[in-house]
Design a protein around this ligand. Structure first.
Ligand SMILES: [Zn+2]
Ligand SMILES: [Zn+2]
Length: 393
């Protein structure tokens, strides 16, 4: 029942509220409802509700779907090139971590001032198809991160406020304490308690980000995936990881690529293996098989030689995977699968039977003679045996 509440109502904003208003409302609510701060029994439930409302209304596509269909998913999901990473975040970078570093971490500790710290790198895994890996593609990824605060441009300084050099440590961020002991004077250095080590103090912190200079945000980033990329390789989007505290350097977004297996092709390095089905009669006389390649517009011609055997590999040069960072391509290797011919008329079968019988008679002498070196010849006749077995049913 709680989750059915109107998202606009949950955040207490108008239906035509802009993103800034939505975000401010969300941060204000989230700050009072965060389980670390609010110990009321229903705080966690409310926090989740606020979170859900924000995750939809902060994403223009989801919001449009919600406005029109009453559901963030809309009638048919998103476009193929739009990947929502919020539910496939792996390895410790979920929205919860983002909230923890926003609300926790001492950054908003009462009275203290946030230390200047660099943003962390963030890692996500993006799955693409083998065809996308071959052609290269552009993906729009939507994800959550701590981004520079819009209201203070990431400085953490509120309107009319100033950032000044800390007078306690003279901007060094460290304080030296001198203690008198029975052994004489002892000096120890520690982080300045006034500025938290940043060397700067803000007299009026930004209210939206609580002086941190960063806020949890839904972000979209376009990632160019080069042709020929392999599973396990990563692309780095500089500065798109977690934003630094009060304007310090942001971390990077590291996108690890996972290439899905294809039904048609098996990749081995830059070569592609696939199966071609050739009927037994064609395998005997040789044939040409045409098929689509991995890239759009590829015309693959597999020249199956006469006498081709089951499992034989026929290489088609230069029609494998594009090589990363090069215009060259690997090879395509067609593995021949010999199958029984279909739709043979009774007269065809008669003709074949006669041929087989005639061959069998002449082979009686030759077979014994070439027993030691005739292995190749023998395997060539295996398909005949299968075919006649199938043909008779
Ligand atoms: Zn200081
Ligand atoms: Zn701010």
């Amino acid at each position: 029942m709680a989750s059915n509440r109107d998202y606009y109502e949950v955040l207490g904003v108008d239906r035509d509220a802009d993103q800034k208003t939505i975000k401010r409302a969300f941060l204000k609510l989230a700050r009072t409802l965060h389980p670390d701060v609010n110990k009321a029994p229903d705080a966690e439930e409310k926090f989740k509700e606020v979170n859900e409302a924000y995750s939809v209304l902060s994403d223009e596509r989801k919001r449009a779907n919600y406005d029109r269909y009453g559901s963030a998913e809309g009638p048919g999901g998103f476009g193929a090139d739009y990947v929502d990473m919020s539910d496939i975040f792996g390895g410790g970078f979920g929205i919860n971590d983002i909230f923890d570093s926003f609300f926790g971490g001492g950054a908003s500790a009462r009275g203290g001032r946030p230390a200047r710290t660099r943003g962390r790198d963030m890692g996500i895994t993006l799955r693409i198809t083998l065809a996308e890996a071959a052609s290269g593609c552009t993906k729009t990824i939507a994800y959550d991160r701590l981004a520079p605060c819009d209201d203070c441009d990431g400085t953490g300084v509120g309107e009319g406020g100033h950032e000044t050099t800390c007078t306690r440590c003279n901007g060094t961020g460290r304080v030296v304490e001198v203690q008198r002991t029975i052994f004489g004077q002892m000096q120890s250095q520690s982080v300045c308690p006034e500025c938290g080590g940043s060397g700067k103090v803000v007299d009026k912190p930004c209210e939206t980000c609580d002086g941190q200079g960063r806020t949890p945000s839904r972000e979209t980033v376009e990632v160019e995936i080069p042709a020929g990329i392999h599973s396990g390789q990563s692309l780095t989007v500089p500065g798109k990881g977690e934003a630094g505290v009060r304007g310090d350097a942001a971390g990077d977004l590291v996108v690890r690529i996972e290439v899905e297996a294809s039904d048609v092709f098996e990749r081995q390095g830059d070569d592609l293996f696939c199966e071609v089905r050739v009927d037994a009669l064609e395998a005997i006389v040789g044939t040409t098989v045409k098929m689509d390649g991995i890239l759009e517009g590829d015309e693959v011609t597999v020249d199956v030689p006469a006498g081709c055997e089951f499992g034989q590999q026929v290489m088609v040069e230069g029609l494998g995977m594009p090589r990363l960072g090069s215009t060259a391509r690997g090879n395509l290797v067609a593995v021949v699968r010999v199958v029984s011919p279909e739709g043979l008329a009774e007269s065809d079968l008669d003709a074949i039977r006669q041929m087989v019988e005639a061959r069998g008679a002449s082979k009686g002498d030759a077979g014994e003679k070439s027993a030691s070196d005739g292995s190749k010849k023998k395997t060539k006749f295996r398909p005949h045996g299968r075919k006649s077995a199938n043909g008779s049913k």
